[in-house]
Write a protein that binds this ligand. Structure first.
Ligand code: 5GP
Length: 131
């Protein structure tokens, strides 16, 4: 999938749309999600033009990858989340319901976060049907 320079996170990076910034480095920007799913819901995005984790992990250089991962940890520390705990999540593609085609890692925190995936486990017979 080609990178779309009109996506909302590209526009935030260019300063065309506002965001509630939490952390910024040479490699990444972190800001509050516009529609929070937990008391703390922050997005960390790389500054480079990457559609998703697939794209980023294949194409980004070592310094970019390390800088982005470090930014996730720095953001969580800046928010004071280390003691209470937090969850990180990145959606890639259709089955994961990725909405914005610029790589982002969600950080959720501020309450017990429950099971890892909505809907819990597979049916008892182990079957799986695509929705
Ligand atoms: P995805 O489903 O792609 O993993 O998550 C996209 C996230 O981006 C959603 O949680 C959504 O609320 C958030 N989002 C979409 N548009 C904007 C925006 O303009 N500003 C901010 N701060 N968050 C946005």
């Amino acid at each position: 999938m080609a990178y779309d320079d009109g996506n909302v996170f590209a526009r935030i990076l260019r300063g065309e749309l506002p965001c509630k910034k939490v952390y910024e480095s040479d490699f990444a920007l972190a800001f509050h999600d516009i529609n929070p799913q937990a008391p703390v819901h922050v997005l960390v995005i790389p500054k480079g033009r990457y559609v998703s984790m697939d794209d980023f992990s294949a194409q980004a250089g070592a310094a970019e990858q390390a800088g982005f991962l470090r930014a996730v940890g720095e953001t969580a520390r800046a928010l004071g989340l280390v003691d209470g705990g937090y969850r990180i999540l990145a959606n890639h593609g259709r089955d994961a319901h990725q909405e914005v085609p610029h790589l982002h890692i969600h950080i959720f925190a501020g309450r017990p976060l429950g099971p890892m995936l909505d809907g819990g486990s597979l049916p008892p017979d182990g079957s799986f049907r695509r929705g």
